[in-house]
Structures are given as C-alpha cells and as structure tokens.
Design a protein around this ligand. Sequence first.
Ligand SMILES: Nc1ncnc2c1ncn2[C@@H]1O[C@H](COP(=O)(O)OP(=O)(O)OP(=O)(O)O)[C@@H](O)[C@H]1O
Ligand SMILES: [Mg+2]
Length: 362
Amino acid sequence: MAKVGGARGIFARIKKWISGLNLRRNVGIDLGTVNTLVYVEGKGVVLKEPSVVAVDKTTDQIVAVGNEAQALIGRTPANLETIRPLRDGVISQYDVTLRMLQYCIRNACGHMLLPPRVMICVPSGVTEVEERAVVDAAREAGAGKVYLMEEPVAAALGAGVDIDAPVGRMIIDIGGGTTDIAVISMGGVVVSESVRIAGEKLDDAIARYVKREHGVLIGIQTAELIKQRIGALYTHKQVRSVEVRGRSAQTGLPQTVTLSSKEMLEAMAEPVSAILDVVCSVIERTPPELLGDILKYGIIMTGGGSMVNGFDKLICKVTGVPVRVAEDPVCCVAKGTGIALRNYKQLPEGTINLARARRDRL
Ligand SMILES: Nc1ncnc2c1ncn2[C@@H]1O[C@H](COP(=O)(O)OP(=O)(O)OP(=O)(O)O)[C@@H](O)[C@H]1O
Ligand SMILES: [Mg+2]
C-alpha cells in the first residue's frame, strides 16, 4: 500500500510540474463577421485576417483562408467560391467556420503538447443554439477548453477598462455585422443591447445612395472604400471627395462618379440613426447612479465601425455624453479575450459562458 501511495505522490508531483510548465497555451479569438483576430498570451495579437474562405466547389476543398481568400473575391474562376462564413456576428456556415478556426488555431499555436484554452467572444444578443455552434466548431478545430464571453465586455477589457470596479462604464462596439452596446459595472453587464446593424449596413446604404442620387451601380467593396476614405458623420471644415467607377443604371455602361464627404451623412443616415436609437435606449434603461459614472468617464467606442469619421462626435452631440474612440479599436475585442483568460486562470473545466457565469454569481 505504501508503495502505491508513493507512486501516487510521485504521479501528483509530476502532474503539478507539468502544469507548471504551462504547456497549454491561452488563446483569445475575436471571431468577427468581417475580421478574425487571434491573441496569444505573451505574444499579443498574432493574426488579423478577413473572415473569408475560398472553396473549390468541385472537390469541396478549402483553397485559401483569410488575406489570400480575400484577394480572390470577385476574381475567382467558376469552380472557386469565396465564402464569408459569419453573418451578423454569428456562424452561418458551420463547416467553413470550423476550417477557418482550424487555420487560426494552427497558425497561432503551432505544435503544442496540449490543446489550447480558447476564449471566444460572441455578440451579447446571441441565442444558446448560436453559442453552441461556436463552442462545437472551436472544439472540432482543436481547442482543448473553450470559454465564451460577450463581445462588449471583451471590448471594454481590451480598451483598458477595469471592468471589475464598482463604476458604470459604457461601451459601444461597432463591428461589420453587429453593434453591441453595454453598460458594465463590477464585472457584469447591467444593461446591453445588440443590433445587427453595423459597418456592412453602412456600405449597403452608401451603395443605395449612389444608385438613387447619381444613377450609378457600385459594388459593396467600392461602397466600403468610399466609407473609409470620405465617410463623415459630422460637419467638418475640410471637404474631401473620391472618384469611383461603377455601371450606369440607365445604359449599363461603365460610369465614373465623384462623391463628396458632405453627402455621407445623408447616405448613411438610415443605419446610423438606427444605431443612435439603440444607444439612447440603453442610456434610458441605465440606473441613474451609473449614469453619473458614464457622464464622468465618457463612452468608449471600439470596433472598425467606430472609425467612421465623426461617429464619436455625433454620438456625443445626440447623447450629451463625452465619447472617445479606443486606441487600436479593431483589436480591442481580441485583446480583451486574451486578458480575460489571463485574469481567470481558475475557470472550471469545459465550456463556460463567462458573462453568464458572472451574472449568475452577482
Ligand atoms: N477606417 C475605417 N473607417 C470606417 N470604417 C472602417 C474603417 N476600418 C474598418 N472599418 C469598418 O469596420 C468594419 C469591421 O470592423 P470589425 O473588424 O470590428 O468587425 P467584426 O468584428 O469582424 O464584426 P462583428 O463584430 O460585427 O462580427 C467593416 O465594416 C469596415 O468597413
Ligand atoms: Mg467584432
């Protein structure tokens, strides 16, 4: 018996020594509609690529992922198809998302003795079925332990907010597919709302405007370029313009059109006012004690959509609350997922929804 006890003791010590070696990597993934980012503890953001996969339709094989696949959009021969496997922040094509996650995890971790602990963010309004799909895909893609957290909480952490402080902080994350707005205090979400209106809806609105006002049909990529080059939601002194090519809606022939930044507020008015309505509705539902904190500390904006020129100023004008765009807004969510894994080393085995677990504890 003494011998067995001794062997057990040695085994326990070896197990402790192995776990001390930290053979399991901590990986945070921002699985976005437009971009997928991977954060590895100790290294930072190691991968930032478009959420695009190119598939050979005849063999069903994946031929390119990320930047390589993005470069193929609109240029693929008949047998190739470029797919964006996420729609409005959630998985719309499971198998393709799985392959994209495999690519991310392999690239981020290389060969490791133990599969990584992976924290993935999901929009705050997702259903349990949508959450399950993320967890299953991550597991199949090679994650050892999978955790989920809400996108605005990750965004706040990544923007440098101390989410555990007893202070109300408001975050607006405008991505490509979803806008997540949340008021956070003591590590929990007090009020939140997620709408499936974000950067891509702004692109659609610009394309519709150019057709309506200039009679020219443009592609979504051209509309995105217009948004990024001259998109402006607040009057400013320097008027910028851009010349783009499209197809005349009347003749069907190529036509060039010059657009000015002065037109952009009108072009993007519909989706922008829908986002503003949600911001106001979250503020209206915020307890008065926390509103004082929000007025003091201001609203923080993250996500690529927050980079539309003047979005912060417009929100400030409408709400009366100071607004600032976080540093490196596209990377905040990925950084936040990584920070959450570092801060919560003692998470229970298996899948947990960090946001829900914390809410239940409060
Ligand atoms: N400089 C810029 N100006 C305006 N918009 C920008 C700029 N850079 C990126 N964007 C927009 O940001 C959006 C992508 O942002 P982000 O990477 O945060 O989205 P995502 O996380 O993939 O989406 P989601 O969180 O909705 O799933 C796109 O719509 C893109 O056009
Ligand atoms: Mg996002």
